[in-house]
Design a protein around this ligand. Structure first.
Ligand code: UDP
Ligand code: MG
Length: 341
């Protein structure tokens, strides 16, 4: 199969008012960048408005447009995953349907990618127009907190608007987890990733499709997917409590020796303090195991190889290889299969 040079993937939920303009602007930007060798993938994420009708109408008139209709609303990140799974391009642009992110930046993003030899060019928001103070404030706090508690450095003020190479996308798609926080997962895969600063515009039409409930779920997916810090919380409290209880025990014993304690107080206090500390400590231990179990259960590839120089002996044991993209990833599943052969 000959891959188109570019795929533009757009998740859409109740975006009927944006689709015509979106299609026109994305098509023009794609044509300006790569000529005819592009495809546009619209994913209808169970919209309740006429988005799917509009998509069908547009795709009937434009052979570059592929429209996908999901069975129901699966959420932004899964709709995006569906589009990424199905797209075929050598380079992939991810963009929202509401035109907050100008598709015309494509040319510059491609230039940055080529100039820096990057696999991912992620767009960083310098300004956000037309968004509520609440949204901006919660986003600012959230991304800064996330940065503190995860081991994966996830770029600040960055959405899903980005340009990726085929091998970076294949690496991303080799992460099999269910709860998908895509901007974090892209950060996790590594390769060369460079920022691209831009101003975010107002929505072309309609309301945000991220009400508070969805925002909270999204934040929880991000935190639990990229950090086991909340699970380790108990062990930290346990340690603190153990340290504090040593002082308390000293105090209790001194009070007892000096005869300040009433009958039964000493033993009761000792039991409360010691049991409390031990309990927290054991909870923390369970948290540590649970955290590791959770990391294992995601079954992410153990590592990804970007390049190989020189002959590699016995590379068949490297697990599966993305033949046409050059990215090599080793998944626990692939190792398992090797062992079975
Ligand atoms: N979206 C989606 N499914 C959802 C919610 C949102 O596919 O359940 C899409 C939406 O159509 C848009 C993108 O995700 O293309 C980002 O949503 P939105 O612009 O409403 O988020 P905001 O910019 O307000 O954070
Ligand atoms: Mg938006």
């Amino acid at each position: 199969m000959k891959r188109p040079q570019l795929s533009v993937v757009v998740p859409c939920y109740n975006e009927e008012a944006c689709l015509d303009m979106l299609h026109a602007r994305v098509s023009a930007a794609a044509r300006a960048a790569v000529g005819e060798s592009y495809e546009i993938v619209f994913v209808n994420d169970g919209s309740r408005d006429r988005s799917w009708d509009v998509m069908q109408r547009l795709s009937a008139a434009d052979p570059h447009l592929v429209a996908i209709n999901l069975s129901r609303n699966h959420g932004h990140q899964l709709a995006l995953t569906a589009g990424l799974d199905l797209c075929a391009g050598e380079q992939i642009l991810i963009i929202d349907a509401d035109l907050q992110d100008p598709p015309e930046l494509l040319t510059e993003m491609r230039a940055t990618m080529a100039a820096q030899g990057a696999d991912v060019v992620y767009a960083v928001r310098r300004k956000r127009e037309g968004e509520s103070l609440f949204k901006k404030a919660t986003a600012a706090v959230f991304y800064r907190m996330l940065d503190r508690i995860t081991d994966t450095p996830i770029p600040l003020d960055t959405g899903d608007f980005r340009l990726m190479s085929r091998r970076a996308l294949d690496a991303l798609l080799s992460l099999p987890e269910q709860a998908r926080f895509i901007r974090g997962m892209v950060a996790w895969i590594g390769f060369r990733q460079v920022p691209f600063v831009y101003d975010r515009h107002e929505r072309h039409a309609g309301e945000t499709k991220y009400p508070l409930g969805k925002m909270i779920r999204f934040a929880l997916d991000a935190i639990t997917g990229f950090s086991t810090a909340p699970l380790r919380f108990a062990s930290h409290v346990g340690l603190l409590l153990t340290a504090a209880s040593v002082l308390l025990i000293l105090y209790i014993l001194i009070a007892w020796a000096m005869g300040h304690a009433i009958q039964g107080w000493t033993s009761t206090m000792l039991v409360v303090v010691v049991i409390g500390a031990v309990q927290m400590f054991v909870l923390g231990m369970i948290g540590e195991y649970l955290g590791r179990l959770y990391v294992e259960s995601k079954r992410r590839p153990l590592y990804l190889i970007a390049d190989v120089a020189g002959p590699v002996q016995g590379h068949a044991s490297l697990g599966y290889r993305h033949q046409d993209s050059g990215a090599v990833s080793v998944s626990p599943q692939a190792r398992h299969n090797d062992a079975a052969e």
